[in-house]
Design a protein around this ligand. Structure first.
Ligand SMILES: Cc1cc2nc3c(=O)[nH]c(=O)nc-3n(C[C@H](O)[C@H](O)[C@H](O)COP(=O)(O)OP(=O)(O)OC[C@H]3O[C@@H](n4cnc5c(N)ncnc54)[C@H](O)[C@@H]3O)c2cc1C
Length: 285
């Protein structure tokens, strides 16, 4: 299959990329790793007049730790983040999530910003970012703005980025050294998109009880979904099989996942409940 015809621009700097996007009005699309966009073009589900290839904007490929935050340039490849000792030390949940993303070759090419901007509700990184309270930096000719995770993901394949805005960075606040993290999901074959899953963080008090828990669901809704009622139910509790089971029940009580040939809505709901329970127990351990 072939994509529809398009004009091709390959800016060499951030300023140039932002200027090119502004010139495109609503007809431009950013090309990063191409692992989601190229199939969409080939199926003609996306038909942009202009492709703005940002692969030569080297200043967006950074990964650094600064002032208690992990700052990930939008063009940082998923594989680099996965293998980074700095990221593993400060935000281990990202490594848990990335191991589950597609296959090595796709992660070698796919970018962190591309996964966030694509906003697939079955994608792992957006769920991890929601769990980690990440913030998204966007640049346009009008300036820079910072968007919280809860406002960034709007619905299926849709973020709050404007057509002329380039995602430049995902910033993740570091967590205390003694936190636990887990990402659990089920997919039919290794590397396939998951049918359901959950990311969990557990911060403990000195007495071992849960001080703060964060739970984000994958495949439960049109966007990554934080299970805030269940998070509150876990705070102050000792985490064991029973409290994890109850929190998982609360976390998934009101969800209505979309069913398809791979699994009905009720099957996916039960599946996500099981993934939440497992992830809580694992993160706490
Ligand atoms: C066979 C296969 C299996 C896969 N399995 C999984 C999986 O299990 N889990 C998973 O999470 N992903 C999976 N993916 C998707 C993969 O992770 C992609 O790399 C990712 O979704 C998009 O990143 P990209 O850099 O390739 O972005 P692209 O494909 O280049 O772009 C994706 C979208 O984001 C926009 N965009 C990209 N960068 C920016 C930016 N800086 N600012 C604004 N908009 C931007 C583009 O315009 C486009 O709309 C799979 C892909 C394939 C081909």
């Amino acid at each position: 299959m072939k994509p529809p015809p398009f004009d091709y621009k390959d800016p060499r700097s951030l300023d140039e990329a932002v200027a090119v996007l502004a010139d495109c009005a609503d007809d431009g699309k950013v090309l990063a790793g191409g692992q989601s966009l190229v199939p969409l073009l080939n199926f003609r589900l996306a038909q942009p007049a202009v492709l703005v290839d940002v692969n030569r904007v080297a200043e967006l490929a950074y990964l650094r730790r600064r002032e208690g935050k992990l700052q990930i340039g939008a063009l940082c490849r998923q594989a680099r983040l996965e293998q980074s000792p700095v990221a593993q030390e400060s935000c281990g949940l990202l490594g848990d999530a990335l191991k589950l993303v597609a296959h090595q070759q796709i992660r070698n090419r796919g970018t962190v910003g591309g996964s966030a901007a694509h906003a697939d509700p079955a994608a792992e990184l957006p769920v991890a970012f929601a769990c980690l309270d990440a913030r998204f930096k966007a640049r346009s000719k009008r300036g820079e703005r910072v968007i919280d995770a809860r406002d960034f993901f709007v619905t299926h394949l849709t973020t709050s980025l404007e057509p002329d805005e380039l995602l430049t960075e995902v910033e993740v606040p570091e967590l205390p050294a003694n936190h636990g993290h887990a990402f659990e999901e089920y997919s039919r074959r290794h590397g396939d998109f998951a049918l359901g899953g959950a990311a969990v963080l557990v911060m403990r008090n000195g007495d071992g009880a849960c001080r703060e828990a964060r739970i984000a669901l994958l495949g439960a809704a049109d966007t990554p979904l934080r299970a805030r009622e269940a998070e509150q139910a876990l705070a102050g509790q000792k985490i064991d099989e029973d409290s994890a089971r109850e929190a998982a029940r609360v976390a998934t009580r009101d969800i209505e996942p979309t069913g398809d040939i791979h699994g009905s809505s009720s099957y996916r709901k039960r599946l996500i409940e099981a993934m939440v329970r497992r992830a809580i127990v694992k993160a706490a351990a």
